[in-house]
Design a protein around this ligand. Structure first.
Ligand code: ZN
Length: 361
């Protein structure tokens, strides 16, 4: 029924009630047709792009972006990841080339994930001195780049079963053995040049074990970015394609958080801060904006968010079909993550976003 129909069927009813008056008018606000409170014309500051840019509350700065890198052995190798357009698996020499390009764009840092030549039950490739991440870190460090070097500290990329640590006889991940190996991995990453180690395995006590391991190895200045609130998310799918880390049996719900639990996320963050985390990471990002905002209000440590592979791939796939404007969608997604409280965002769109940010008003 149109408004005209409504009026005609209403007979004698006055045709002046298109906007129903609020039952309890706010003080100072006039109501009724044709009357707008002159103090509340919010559209005034949206009129031109200059005005919009002038009052914009959140901007993407290249320094707030971190680019993930997948590194594998070899030379001059670049292999596209099918489920993540624009993302490559690269050899250490190519990683250095990419890192120089990111540095030129003003990106804040990189986070490294390794694809080792061989895997075993304990994930030995994660901590050996000639590990793929260690080799790449040494190259990046020696190039003296103006980038923060972050190493993902976990074993799922290095175990032949794809879980985040060694297994008990019954197939569960051995929490306490895993955190000892995480400490060893972190120390070897710090030795190779990591400024920050980022434990992502969601094992209890991992931050304390890593802090001890780093300090004992003479790396008291290496910071810990704890993946404190990491849910067992459906949005990690494309990453496992990139890193070859799909568990060969079961899933990670026995150690990653249930995405339904916001209060438990706060307990995870409390625990990590108590154990010595220098900064917190929340993952995935857009499905966790409420957790991010709550964490920003509660803690005074730096907080970042990881816009994960599925969040990136969903935008890319829709843009490829012409269903979304790629630049606007990526920009809006990361802006919303920053607005919710992230100080930095790990994103596969880091290079594009940094380039766009330099053009933005
Ligand atoms: Zn893992």
């Amino acid at each position: 029924m149109t408004l005209a129909d409504a009026r005609s069927t209403a007979g004698d009813a006055p045709a002046t009630t298109a906007v129903a008056p609020s039952p309890v008018p706010a003080p100072g606000v006039r109501h009724g047709p044709g009357l707008v409170d002159p103090a509340h014309r919010l559209r005034r500051t949206r009129r031109t792009e200059a005005l919009r840019a002038f009052v914009r509350e959140t901007r993407i700065h290249p320094r707030n972006l971190v680019a993930p890198m997948f590194v594998q052995p070899g030379r001059e190798g670049r292999e596209p990841v099918g489920s993540m357009p624009g993302v490559m698996r690269v050899t250490p020499d190519e990683a250095l080339r990419d890192a120089r390009a990111l540095e030129a764009l003003g990106v804040g840092g990189v986070i490294l994930f390794g694809l080792p030549a061989a895997k075993d039950a304990a994930g030995t490739g994660g901590w050996v001195e000639d590990g793929i991440v260690q080799e790449t870190l040494r190259r990046l460090r020696d190039a003296d780049l103006d980038l923060v070097l972050i190493a993902d500290t976990c074993l799922c990329e290095y175990t032949d079963h794809g879980h985040c640590g060694p297994l008990l006889a019954d197939g569960r991940v051995d929490n306490d053995a895993s955190i000892e190996l995480f400490a060893r991995t972190a120390a070897s990453q710090a030795e190779a040049g990591a400024d920050i180690v980022a434990p992502s395995g969601m094992m209890d006590g991992q931050v304390a074990a890593i802090r001890d391991g780093l300090d004992d190895a003479g790396h008291a200045d290496t910071a810990i970015l704890a993946y404190a609130a990491k849910t067992a998310s459906a949005f990690y799918g494309p990453f496992r394609d990139a890193a070859g880390s799909t568990p060969s049996f079961g899933d990670r719900r026995g150690y990653q958080m249930d995405p339904a639990n916001g209060r438990e996320a706060m307990r995870e963050m409390d625990a990590d801060i108590a154990q010595g985390a220098d900064m917190l990471l929340i993952k995935p990002a857009m499905p966790s904006l409420d957790i991010l905002a709550a964490a920003r209000a509660r803690y005074d440590v730096p907080i970042g968010a990881y816009q994960v592979s599925g969040e990136y791939a969903a935008i890319e796939a829709a843009a490829e079909r012409g269903w979304l404007d790629r630049r606007r969608a990526h920009t809006e997604a990361v802006t919303s993550i920053l607005r919710a409280g992230a100080g930095f965002v790990i994103t596969y769109a880091a290079a594009d976003l940094a380039a766009w940010a330099r053009e933005a008003r």
